[in-house]
Design a protein around this ligand. Structure first.
Ligand SMILES: Nc1ncnc2c1ncn2[C@@H]1O[C@H](COP(=O)(O)OP(=O)(O)O)[C@@H](O)[C@H]1O
Ligand SMILES: [Mg+2]
Length: 246
């Protein structure tokens, strides 16, 4: 087991609003970490700091032994960090398989020289089809992503992130707005993620959190209130008071 991601005393302010405060924790190979906390606790802000959408005011982010605190989002992706894309920010009219192929092309740095791209195409095409099969979306290969059901779009978002072969995957409320029926497929996809991948998931559904996570970090008012096993968190009186209720 090795440390893949380490956060050291991260802070973020928006003007006078101090949103994340001295956040430190580490994610190891194979971890399934849930980040929980009340609305407005700073969870999304923290994930944005980790992925590089936001720069941190102070503190450091280490990814697989490299200090990535000042690196761009793209460089963090290349260093092994992926978060789910929002389909709506990509090309929703593209066919599902083409969407995956584009992500693979980007991973391989093949967007430039066309002759090399064409050479690599059969292999990447096969890989894209494999990914679609894994997510039960093979029959939708030619469907425009915008025509998929909402839950299936979330599956594609996860498939796109995985296509980058990350070591660390960040998921910000992947189940949000997904109808119950589609939810089961998303859960199955979560369960089928590669074991050595480290996953950090923000999730409100406590049943899912306790089913999925081997570690839970509780964020309250931007600071880590608790960090431990699901059993520790369930028993922690401060967590119960601040968040879980009774
Ligand atoms: N870009 C921003 N500018 C100003 N305030 C922000 C911005 N993003 C988030 N906030 C504020 O930071 C706090 C934490 O938000 P957020 O990280 O989205 O919390 P959570 O994901 O835990 O619900 C909230 O008070 C929110 O209004
Ligand atoms: Mg949020």
């Amino acid at each position: 087991m090795s440390v893949l991601l380490e956060l050291k005393s991260l802070d973020k302010r928006f003007g006078g609003l101090h949103v994340t405060r001295g956040v430190s924790f580490a994610l190891n190979t194979g971890d399934r970490m849930a980040l929980i906390g009340p609305n407005g606790a700073g969870k999304t802000t923290l994930v944005n700091q980790i992925s590089g959408v936001l720069t941190s005011d102070t503190g450091d982010i280490w990814l697989r032994g490299e200090n990535v605190t000042r690196l761009s989002q793209a460089k963090r992706v290349r260093a092994g960090l992926a978060r789910t894309f929002q389909i709506t920010t990509l090309a929703p009219h593209f066919a599902v398989q083409r969407q995956i192929e584009l992500a693979l092309f980007e991973r391989e740095g093949l967007t430039g020289g066309m002759w090399r791209s064409l050479d690599a195409y059969p292999a990447l095409q096969a890989e894209a089809q494999g990914i679609l099969s894994r997510f039960g979306l093979r029959s939708h290969a030619a469907t425009a992503t915008e025509d998929l059901a909402y839950g299936e779009q979330r599956l594609i978002e996860m498939a796109l992130a995985l296509a980058l072969r990350p070591k660390v995957l960040l998921l910000d409320e992947p189940m949000a707005g997904v109808p119950k029926g589609d939810g089961e497929r998303l859960l199955a996809a979560l369960d089928a993620l590669p074991r050595d991948l480290a996953v950090l998931i923000i999730e409100h559904d406590m049943d899912l959190v306790f089913r999925f996570a081997n570690r839970i970090v509780v964020l309250a008012e931007g600071a880590v209130l608790a960090d431990g096993s699901p059993e520790d968190i369930r028993r922690d009186p401060r967590v119960r008071a601040a968040y879980l209720g009774n």
